[in-house]
Design a protein around this ligand. Sequence first.
Ligand code: ACM
Ligand code: ZN
Length: 766
Amino acid sequence: MKLKHALFTAVAFLAAGSVSQARSVASYRTIPLPHSITLTPEVSPFILGADVEIDAPESLANEARFMREYIPAGLKGKSSGKITLRSDLVDINPEAYMITLGPDGVTVNGASPAGTFYGVQTLRKSMPAELDADCQVELPAGQIIDRPRFAYRGTHFDVSRHFFTLDEVKTFIDMIALHGINTFHWHLTDDQGWRIEIKKYPRLTEVGSYRPNSIIGRTGPGYDNTPVSGFYTQDEAREIVKYAADRHIQVIPEIDLPGHMMAAMASYPELGCTGGPYEVWRAWGVNDGVLCPGKDGTMQFIADVLNEVMDIFPAPYIHIGGDECPKVLWTKCPHCQARIKELGLVEKNGVSPESQLQGYVTSFACNVVREHGKSAIGWDEILECEIPQDAIIMSWRGVEGATEGTKRGHRAILTPTSHCYFDFYQTKDTANEPYAIGGLTTVERVYSLEPCLPTMTSEEKALVMGCQANLWTEYIPTFSHVQYMELPRLAALSEVQWLDPDKKNFEDFKTRIPAIMAMYDKMGYNYAKHIADVDVRYDVDSDRGALVMTCSALPGYDIRYTLDGTNPTAESTLYTEPVAIDKDCVIKTTTFNKGIEGHPVCDTLAVGLLTFAKCTLAVEPDAGYAFNGAQQLVDGLSGSCNYRTGRWLGFSGRNCDATIELSQPKTLSEVSFNVDVFSCDGLVDCRGVEVYAQTPGSDKFELLASEEYPEMDRSKEFDVVNHVVKFKPTEVKKLRVVIKPQWVLPEWHLLTGCLGFLFVDEISAK
Ligand code: ACM
Ligand code: ZN
């Protein structure tokens, strides 16, 4: 679908002498939305023509070059004045800027060249992405004042799992520059590939940058036939640093340690506890093979690599990883055990000596980084033991890392999986998407992130540096796919990074999305278009015995739907108000915008004996997984294997205890329900169920059947498990189904000892 017709740019035809000249009117309501826009309609606009002069001091030659590049090609006629760039705005925020517009000229004044650059970006996005021939651009008179909310506005890009060329990395930087993002977190090393030249350890790239194939899907079976290789020389990395700096973006390299080091250990087996041999890993997940901090050579390696890296990257931060480091080999390794003894590490407050050994590695790396006047950033696992005060916490396993980190006085950056993982699916309709790692991070979900958590004190909030999105590329082999995963979610992220919370408004954001999508088209970026599809919501109306469908779409879009499984056409029923549906059907909804058709959104309704009955829960689901509440268990819509789609209710540390009140008594002999298993995220199968019934004339529940299930074994990684409980035919007016979780994750699980998650959907009966 092309969205160019959806631009909200007014086009005026003005008589200029005897020649009629078309004018497109700029809109300053860009993404991110400037802090304040004041228009003065009584003053004539600035007219932009191809001849426009750009007046800038030498110190802003870089910004002037971009401004020149952004003047749309094909403009006709004379400008009414010039564009002046300055960087002497007085503002406590060094990235602030002000744009003043009038008939004689446009002045972009930043509090620094970075501020000027952001002003130039806003002007660029204000202008229509596509112009008709012989057009001029009219910039309404007024003033724009803007400054970002957070100083750290990041995006992460994993180039280890798949390699991306220098030109692709540059395009990635262009994409983030378009969104006012100022930090490029470059994930350069991991188990599956080492991608940065280290002169002292040449085998890191000679050996560690190549793998002959990769496991198919998440866990196979089998491997593909596609080698993955490539790395950046130090000169090339410096070229990226310069390219980014021209766009006011700092590059933060990540050397992920002490876990995620299989590529390094394949190159230098002596770095591991067992001495190998090791291979550049060809599978995904978390590998038990990690660096051996018991060996002096390993610690020297860490220092040497960080020292060379810091020589390339001038940013004040270096990312030292720290995530997902299993300790199983350390418990058996004589070197690690000797180190533990030497350091006098003993179990303290439930923290094992091996976990403290990771703290030793973190502190060591932080010290190396500090010697260069920089600070280390680490994934939130580094909080599991004592670490230096200047370590910055990157909170990814939720927001808890930020909560705890700031409580302990650390600076924090939020990248929670719940909102910031752009390798997750972006639509519930996962069947029609390229394969992804799982999850669900819609544009709206990204937009809803508030990095300063309500539970934080004002001192703790002040330690929040900002937020970023992460793009892990296990299942993202091409750059076109990278763009698809990033855009337009980056647009939502940029408003979280720039706007004050009281200015954020998703409905308003949606009205500005078509313009940035037109810009993506102009730049040739591949991007996801789900935001232009129908947003469908379903609610159970038990009194009517129906499912009520409520639809919305971007302004200006018509919604058409069918209930027979066919794709809607421009002649299908127009959606005008909520629709009640009470029969089995396949529901499809599609947007239509000036003849351009969106992607159909599809849902299957299966009506059974319990569907649309009144359902209540004795204990509510976890707040993050409560979605539409109890009624969802009997809405006739079944969840797929993705637990974040809103179809599943999630429970931890509690039963799913549902009471279902039938509209009239029915004879039942079987109850079934689904459990979603997604083992790596702690979602495991249930351990039992009890089914009770109230029969007509009684208000007491009697046990109809109960079952116990064995502990799930580790081979089942993800699945929708259907449980069926049979009992003698009974006339039932109320049913109570108690589904019992695996309280604590089994011993084989990486998170053993933590509460298991129980995800339940559709309870049905026969
Ligand atoms: C991570 O996603 N392993 C930081
Ligand atoms: Zn060891």
